[in-house]
Write a protein that binds this ligand. Structure first.
Ligand SMILES: *Cc1c(COP(=O)(O)O)cnc(C)c1O
Length: 474
C-alpha cells in the first residue's frame, strides 16, 4: 500500500475519541489533554508513514497517547530505596520522619490551626512559641527561634548580630558544604566582613585575641562537617573561645551543623557534641539543622541568649526565612519524642536505621541473595558482604557504622556492566540506588526496612544484560 493510502487509513480525531479506550483515558486525564496527546501521536505518525511505515489501528494510537500521558503524569520526585549506605543522604532527602511527625503534619495540612493564635487569651500568638518551650527544656537554652534550614539560621544570625561589622572565623573552619554553601560567600551576603584568623591547620587563642576590636560583631565557630584536618593541628576549643569572647564582650556563635540533642554514645555511635554541651561550654548562640541527626523535617534552629534571640527575631529577614505550619507541626512531634530518649531508637527512623545491628542486616542480606540472583539471571555474582555505612550530612564525618549488604559483581568484567546495572536498578518501578565500589555494585541494606516491597519490586524483572533494552540510557 502506498503512503497516501496509509495516511487515509488513520482514523479521524472523532473516531479515535469515540473508542472505549479513549473514554477511559478521558476519564483519567480529561478531554483536552487526551485530544492534545492524540494530535501529537497522529502528527508523528504521519511523518513515519511518509517514510514508509504502515498505519497502526486506532486502538494502537490511543494506547500510545495513553502511554505518553502516563509518563507525563509521573512525578519526578520519586520514592526510592536508599541503599547507598549513607543514612542522611542530602540528595535523597535526608531524615525520614517519624509516624507521629507525619501524622501531625497531616493534621496541620488538613485543618486550620492555632499557628499564631493564643487560645487562652484569644489574642495573636507567636509562631515560634510552639517550639520554644520544648527546645529550651531539651537543651537548657534561654530562648530559641526557628527558620527554614541551618543555612538560613547562619545567614540570619550573622546579619542580625554583625551587619556592617566583622565576624572572626578560624581559617581551619572556612567550610564549603556543597550546594554552594561557602562560609565566605554567606558572610558577604549577610553584610558582614570576614576576618580570618590562624592558618589552615593551626589556630591559637592569641589569634582570636589579637583580631578582636571595636568593629567585631561576633566570633563564629563552625563544625567542620565534611572534613578533618589531621596531623600538626591546633584549634581553640569552644570553652576557651567562650572565655575570650566573654572577656571582650563579643558574642560567640557556634554553628554545630548537624547538631544532636542526645549523646550518641548511648546508641554505640561516636561522640558528637550535643546542643546542651555547646551551650554549657559558653556559646551565646548555637545553630543546627532539623533534618540531619535530629531526624525531623528541614529546619534551622537558633538557640541561646534571650537578648540575642530577640534581636534576631526583630530582623525583617526573619519573616522571609520562617517555617510553615506543616513543618512546625512535624518538628514539634519529632522533638516530643526526645522526651523519652530510651525509645528513640524505636520511634525515630534516623536513630532506628543508625542503630540496626550488623548481624540483623547481614541476616537480611543472606535472605535477599537468591532474590537478587534470580533477577540478575546469572550475569553477576551475588554475595552477602560486610560494609560500612556513613551517617551523612556532615555528622561525624569520619565515623562509619558496621553494616552489611549485597555485592553484585559482573561474571565477565565488561567495562560498562556496572554502570548499566546501576542504571537498570534506577529504572525499576521503585528505583534502587546503591554505590559502585571496587568493581562491584554494593547495596548497603542498613536503610532497607520494607523488605517485602523490595522483593515485590523485583518480581519478574530481568536485570541481566539480556534484559537490558537497546535504548538503555547511559
Ligand atoms: C549542614 C550544615 C549547614 C547547612 O545546614 P542545612 O540545614 O543543610 O541548611 C551549615 N553548617 C554546617 C556546619 C553544616 O554541617
Amino acid at each position: 500500500m502506498d503512503s497516501n493510502a496509509n495516511l487515509r487509513r488513520i482514523p479521524s480525531m472523532d473516531a479515535l475519541l469515540k473508542l472505549a479506550s479513549a473514554s477511559n483515558a478521558i476519564e483519567r486525564f480529561g478531554r483536552p489533554a487526551v485530544t492534545k496527546a492524540l494530535r501529537t501521536i497522529v502528527a508523528d505518525l504521519r511523518n513515519a508513514i511518509r517514510e514508509g511505515r504502515n498505519a497502526p489501528t486506532g486502538e494502537n494510537i490511543v494506547a500510545a497517547a495513553l502511554a505518553r500521558l502516563d509518563a507525563d503524569d509521573q512525578s519526578t520526585l520519586r520514592p526510592l530505596f536508599n541503599l547507598t549506605g549513607t543514612v542522611l543522604h542530602t540528595n535523597l532527602g535526608r531524615a525520614l520522619l517519624a509516624p507521629a511527625a507525619i501524622e501531625a503534619a497531616m493534621v496541620a495540612m488538613r485543618e486550620a490551626v492555632s499557628l499564631e493564635f493564643d487560645l487562652d487569651s484569644g489574642n495573636r500568638g507567636e509562631r515560634d512559641d510552639h517550639l520554644r518551650f520544648l527546645l529550651c527544656k531539651l537543651t537548657g537554652a534561654e530562648d530559641a527561634t526557628i527558620v527554614n534550614n541551618n543555612a538560613a539560621a547562619v545567614l540570619l544570625v550573622l546579619n542580625s548580630l554583625a551587619l556592617g561589622r566583622e565576624a572572626i572565623v578560624s581559617r581551619g573552619e572556612l567550610i564549603e558544604i556543597g550546594g554552594a554553601f561557602r562560609m565566605p560567600d554567606i558572610m558577604a551576603r549577610a553584610g558582614v566582613r570576614l576576618i580570618e584568623v590562624g592558618t589552615t591547620n593551626r589556630t591559637h587563642a592569641s589569634d582570636y585575641d589579637k583580631a578582636i576590636g571595636p568593629e567585631t560583631g561576633l566570633i563564629l565557630k563552625v563544625h567542620t562537617s565534611n572534613y578533618r584536618i589531621e596531623g600538626f593541628t591546633k584549634d581553640v576549643g569552644a570553652r576557651e573561645l567562650a572565655a575570650i569572647a566573654g572577656r571582650k564582650g563579643v558574642p560567640l556563635v557556634n554553628d554545630l551543623g548537624s547538631g544532636t540533642l542526645i549523646d550518641l554514645t548511648r546508641f554505640g555511635l561516636a561522640h558528637e557534641p550535643t546542643v546542651r554541651e555547646a551551650l554549657n561550654e559558653g556559646a551565646d548562640i548555637v545553630t543546627f539543622s532539623g533534618d540531619k541527626l535530629l531526624g525531623g523535617p528541614q529546619a534551622g534552629f537558633i538557640l541561646g541568649r534571650k537578648s540575642l534571640i530577640e534581636k534576631i527575631n526583630t530582623n525583617p529577614m526573619k519573616r522571609a526565612l520562617r517555617v510553615d505550619k506543616i513543618r512546625l507541626a512535624a518538628l514539634m512531634a519529632t522533638l516530643q519524642l526526645y522526651r523519652d530518649p530510651d525509645r528513640l531508637s524505636e520511634r525515630l527512623p534516623t536513630m532506628r536505621l543508625l542503630t540496626r545491628s550488623q548481624r540483623e542486616i547481614d541476616a537480611q542480606a543472606q535472605r535477599l541473595v537468591p532474590v537478587i540472583e534470580q533477577a540478575l539471571n546469572g550475569a553477576f555474582n551475588v554475595s552477602a558482604v560486610a560494609c560500612e555505612s556513613q551517617i551523612g550530612s556532615g555528622a561525624l564525618p569520619l565515623a562509619t557504622v558496621p553494616s552489611a549488604g549485597l555485592a553484585l559483581t559482573p561474571i565477565e568484567s565488561s567495562g560498562r556492566a556496572l554502570a548499566t546495572l546501576a542504571s537498570a536498578l534506577r529504572q525499576l518501578p521503585m528505583p534502587v540506588i546503591g554505590r559502585i565500589e571496587r568493581g562491584s555494585l554494593v547495596l548497603d541494606l542498613r536503610c532497607l526496612e520494607d523488605e517485602t516491597g523490595f522483593v515485590t519490586n523485583l518480581v519478574g524483572v530481568d536485570l541481566s544484560p539480556k534484559g537490558w533494552s537497546d535504548d538503555e540510557p547511559s
